[in-house]
Design a protein around this ligand. Structure first.
Ligand SMILES: [Zn+2]
Length: 287
């Protein structure tokens, strides 16, 4: 790389352009710092070949990985957040929603749809972290509620992929209510004897772990995902003790019994299929 020895900001002096690698070709691993060829990374479903770090991937990628080709059909895509409190911090909440919509091309922080997974009828919901930190407001809660209703109506299993910073504070109490709402809905799903598989990805924190993310009949997680309720700094200040190594990561939670299994991205579909075979076998005999 060329070193810039002098700064010449006099008019008419043209500095030689720095030669840089197009960032579309190579990606630096956030975890181990290895420079990885992007195409290679994509082939490995965005998992680092050196350290197995799981890069964030958009909802569409999970749909590609999990669902049977041509079976995905989105619903409730039209639902949009209103601004019930007329909330404003540094920015108006309504403006934040609009800029998140522009950035992600989505109306909210979760995408829900029906699909088949190895032929099993499923309702799948995938959270989008890039939409206001995957925070849960009234619309995310409502979309999960409708996902459960749809699963009950069609006799489908439910899979939710969590990626969230927690409840959306711009909606105040309305967002906190979504914890109760989604929990009640999942109870109804359980009463209908339909399975719910929860997949936790990096990060799953705050109110999501205090509600639907941790209510799966089976709870699986991607390796190395940050999973927890309060942040480590808050906990450290509260208990006045240093936290153990690897605290709030998938591996730590598995050891403590919060998770059923850690699953590498490439193994997500086969694992889900095995689970569905077990959880939905009696549904097949209903037909
Ligand atoms: Zn790496």
């Amino acid at each position: 790389m060329a070193i810039e020895w002098f700064k010449r900001d006099r008019e008419g002096v043209v500095l030689q352009q720095k030669k840089t690698t197009p960032d579309t070709l190579w990606i630096k691993c956030d975890n181990c710092g290895e420079i990885v060829f992007k195409r290679e990374l994509e082939k490995r479903l965005m998992v680092c070949p050196k350290c197995e770090y799981h890069f964030a991937i958009p909802a569409e990628k999970y749909i590609e990985i999990i669902t049977d080709v041509g079976t995905w059909k989105e619903f409730s895509a039209e639902l949009k957040s209103t601004d019930p409190l007329g909330f404003r911090d540094q920015q108006k909440y309504s403006d934040r929603i609009v800029s998140s919509m522009k950035k992600t091309g989505k109306n909210e922080a979760i995408t829900t749809g029906v699909c088949a997974v190895e032929g099993y009828p499923i309702v799948l919901g995938i959270m989008e972290f890039s939409f206001m930190g995957g925070s849960v407001g009234s619309v995310v809660g409502e979309k999960i509620a409708r996902a459960v209703d749809r699963a009950r109506k069609d006799r489908r299993g439910l899979i939710l992929i969590s990626r969230s910073g927690g409840m959306r504070m711009q909606e105040g109490m309305v967002s906190l209510m979504q914890m109760a709402k989604t929990s009640v809905k999942l109870t109804q799903l359980g009463e209908a004897r339909l399975p719910y598989i929860s997949l936790l990805t990096n990060p799953t924190t705050g109110g999501t772990t205090a509600s639907y993310s941790m209510l799966g009949d089976v709870i699986i997680a991607e390796p190395g995902a940050l999973i927890g309720f309060a942040g480590p700094r808050v906990i450290k200040q509260t208990i006045g003790q240093d936290l153990p190594q690897g605290f709030q990561r998938s591996e730590f939670l598995l050891e403590k019994g919060f998770l059923d299994r850690i699953v590498s991205r490439k193994d997500i579909k086969p694992t889900i299929v095995t689970l569905l075979r077990f959880l939905m076998s009696d549904l097949e005999s209903e037909k």
